[in-house]
Design a protein around this ligand. Sequence first.
Ligand SMILES: Cc1cc2nc3c(=O)[nH]c(=O)nc-3n(C[C@H](O)[C@H](O)[C@H](O)COP(=O)(O)OP(=O)(O)OC[C@H]3O[C@@H](n4cnc5c(N)ncnc54)[C@H](O)[C@@H]3O)c2cc1C
Length: 407
Amino acid sequence: MNAFADAIGPANVLTDAEDIAPYAVDWRGSYRGVPEAVLRPGSTAEVSEIVRRCAAEGLAIVPAGGRTGLSGGAVPQANGPRSVVLSLERMNRIRDLDTRDFSLVAEAGCVVQTVQQAAAEAGRLFPIQWGAQGTAQIGGMLSTNAGGIRTLKWGNARELVLGLEVVLPDGRVLDDLRRVRKDNSCYALRHMFIGGEGTLGIITAAALRLQPALKRVETAFVAVPSPDAALSLFGRVMESGAEVIAFELCQRICMEMAAKHGVGLRMPLPLESPWFVMLEMSASHASVPLREILEDTLGAAMEAGEVTDAAIAESDARGWVSGRSGRIIRNAHARMGRRSGRTHRCRFPRCPSFCGWRSGRCSLVGQRDGCRRSGMRGMGTSTSRSMRRRGWTGRPGSLGPGEWSRW
Ligand SMILES: Cc1cc2nc3c(=O)[nH]c(=O)nc-3n(C[C@H](O)[C@H](O)[C@H](O)COP(=O)(O)OP(=O)(O)OC[C@H]3O[C@@H](n4cnc5c(N)ncnc54)[C@H](O)[C@@H]3O)c2cc1C
């Protein structure tokens, strides 16, 4: 460890059990493994030095970002090889933000929300959004190719990257932060590292694509009778003329958990429908009559039987869908004890049949070993997340267009 202390300073080599403890367990307490040390480099050169020394010593490296990952990737393997955790937390500078170029260069240890805020202060949008954005870091976001609820509009993390800086397994640095948009020079090597969970290199910085700031956003919480109805509603809102930036299908049990465990969270509607949709629409120009478009669309959907009730958010409740509810649902899972979580992917037209198949399968498992499952389907993002847990035990309205409840 002395060699690491020489390279990055003794204060940045953690070896005391108490200091290491937070890095030896994942966010949900599902994965545990103790590293020999936690190393906290402050620059790309220091990361490179650490990688060289680990290679020489035969030490495994476990890169760690905000440690919000749900698959245990940032925690050493229990009974695995000798390892160190390489935490990027000190590499948290925004190196450059160019509004003309709609781009930003951030170090891997930047918290995602810090990048969002920096972009917003400059009148730009860094569009990715999900419940752990206040803790997850740029390096972790890219290494997991994170999605979040706005994948529908802007794609996964991969789509937001213009270039990367990466320390390779032999310590060399791949510098690809040129921010050239029309880059047709052979292979786009960055894609090897995005979603790679640190297996091919350590991401130390990224050039990220920004968007124009959103001028208008409308959020609705909608009761739907079935996943089929949600699919029809999805088609309807996509054709409404507004930009649909989020469309999440959620089972009642999920909202019940959020209501039960989300301190201060007020549900926009009574939880009497079997399914709910949380949707967000946006416009980049303030003159777009977004509220009218949303109300007309929901009104037509109600007449067609696709929607049984709906609440439209007032300004202070916007962001509820994207930020709070997802986080609260996951926090609720975390508070409910041991659980298993799965993310499934299917094309969204298959969502209804998949939901049916999954529900049947989960209730079979439930009958067998006392599990209950809850499901949250990012229908617009073609993902389905289901959670099971042992032993867990929420009125359609008749509102017409223009009379939607507000929250
Ligand atoms: C409340 C909540 C909601 C969530 N919602 C979503 C969601 O909607 N969509 C989604 O995709 N995920 C979601 N997640 C999962 C998680 O937030 C993401 O996977 C996130 O991208 C992980 O970032 P992190 O910085 O915490 O990475 P970590 O958990 O620290 O690491 C994740 C993986 O990346 C590797 N890694 C970390 N940093 C680097 C680096 N610099 N270079 C190379 N490898 C690195 C680690 O070794 C590990 O394998 C959610 C998690 C929580 C807790």
